[in-house]
Design a protein around this ligand. Structure first.
Ligand code: A3P
Length: 300
C-alpha cells in the first residue's frame, strides 16, 4: 500500500485543498492538473475496456464488486484477495492513471469524470461504459457523511451549508446535475448502459443479469446467484478488499463512521428538513428541465 503512504506520509494530514481544472474542482494529492489533462487528451483506451462511471457516492464500489465477480463467472476469489482499487483503478487519480497501463484485458476502470473531461479516445472506441446514477438527495447525504471521514475532502460544515455547495456544484467533480446531463447524451448508444442504485436495490439479480449481458459475459443461474451473494451490503461490509479498511486513517478515518455506511434508499428523509427538501426540489426542477428520461426517484 505504498501508494497511500506516498499520498499521506506517516502522520501527516492531507491538505483538504482543491484545484480547479476547466471549471471542475478536484482534491489535491490524489489528483493533479497534469494527470487530469493527460487522461483527457492522451489516455489510450482499448476496445476491451469496461468503465464504471459515476458521480461520487452513487454506487461505484458496489458496481466494481458486481463486475469483479461477473468477469470471473461467479468466482469471488479475485474480489476477496485483491483490493478494489487494484481491480478497477480510478483512471483520473495519479496512482490509477499509471497502474492501468500495465493491466491485462479486459480492463475494469472506474471514473468519476464528467463527460467533457473523459478520455477523448473513448469516443472513437468500442469500450463500454456502465453509468450508475442515484437519487441525488441520497448522494448528497452519503457525500456529506463521507466528507467528514475522507482526509482529502473539505469539511462539509452544516447540512444547510453543504446543501448549497452541492446545488452550486462547489464540490469535487462539480455539479451532480451537469454530470448526469452530460452522460445522458450517450443514452441509446450500444456501448453505454445507464443503471441506477435504486434498480440495484430493487432487483439485484435482474440488474446483475443486465450488466453481465451488456459486458458480453452472460452468466449461468448458479453464477448469477454467486454474484448476488457476494455483492450483498453485509458481505461487502466484511470484505476488507472492498470496505477500504486497508486505507490508513489519515486518508479515511473509519473510526468516525464507515465507508459502507447504511446502503439504503431514501436516507435523505432522515436528514432533510421540510424547507431543505423544498429548496432541493426547486433547484432539481430548474436544473433538470428538458431532460426526458424518467428516474426512479422522480416520485420522491
Ligand atoms: P451510503 O453512504 O448511503 O451508505 P460510492 O461507492 O460510489 O462511493 O458509493 C457509496 C455508497 O454506496 C454508500 O452509500 C455505500 O454504503 C453504498 N453501497 C456500497 N455497496 C453497497 C451494497 N452492496 N448495497 C447497498 N449499498 C451499497
Amino acid at each position: 500500500h505504498t501508494i497511500w503512504e506516498l499520498l499521506a506520509p506517516a502522520g501527516e494530514k492531507m491538505t483538504r485543498a482543491y484545484f480547479t481544472y476547466k471549471g471542475i474542482k478536484f482534491p489535491t494529492g490524489l489528483y493533479s492538473p497534469e494527470t487530469i489533462s493527460y487522461v483527457e487528451k492522451d489516455f489510450k483506451v482499448r476496445d476491451e475496456d469496461i468503465f464504471i462511471v459515476t458521480y461520487p457516492k452513487s454506487g461505484t464500489t458496489w458496481m466494481i464488486e458486481i463486475l469483479s465477480v461477473i468477469l470471473k463467472d461467479g468466482d469471488p476469489s479475485w474480489a476477496r484477495t485483491v483490493p478494489n482499487w487494484e481491480r478497477a483503478p480510478w483512471c483520473e487519480t495519479i496512482p490509477g492513471s499509471l497502474s492501468i497501463m500495465q493491466m491485462p484485458n479486459p480492463r475494469l476502470i472506474s471514473s468519476h469524470l464528467p463527460i467533457q473531461l473523459f478520455p477523448r479516445d473513448f469516443f472513437n472506441s468500442k469500450a463500454k461504459v456502465v453509468y450508475i446514477s442515484r437519487n441525488p438527495r441520497d448522494v448528497l447525504v452519503s457525500l456529506y457523511h463521507y466528507s467528514k471521514i475522507a482526509g482529502h475532502l473539505k469539511d462539509p460544515g452544516t447540512l444547510d451549508q453543504f446543501l448549497q455547495n452541492f446545488l452550486n456544484g462547489e464540490v469535487q467533480f462539480g455539479s451532480w446535475f451537469d454530470h448526469i446531463k452530460g452522460w445522458m447524451r450517450m443514452e441509446g448508444k450500444d456501448n453505454f448502459l445507464f443503471i441506477t442504485y435504486e434498480e440495484l436495490q430493487e432487483d439485484l439479480r435482474g440488474s446483475v443479469r443486465r450488466v453481465s449481458e451488456f459486458v458480453g459475459h452472460p452468466l449461468e443461474e448458479a453464477a448469477l446467484d454467486s454474484v448476488v451473494e457476494n455483492t450483498d451490503f453485509r458481505t461487502m461490509k466484511e470484505n476488507t478488499m472492498c470496505n477500504y479498511t486497508l486505507l490508513p486513517s489519515v486518508i479515511l478515518d473509519q473510526r468516525q463512521g464507515a465507508f459502507l455506511r447504511k446502503g439504503v434508499c431514501g436516507d435523505w428523509k432522515n436528514h432533510f428538513t421540510a424547507s431543505q427538501s423544498e429548496v432541493f426540489d426547486q433547484a432539481y426542477r430548474e436544473k433538470m428541465q428538458g431532460l426526458k428520461t424518467s428516474f426512479p426517484w422522480d416520485e420522491d
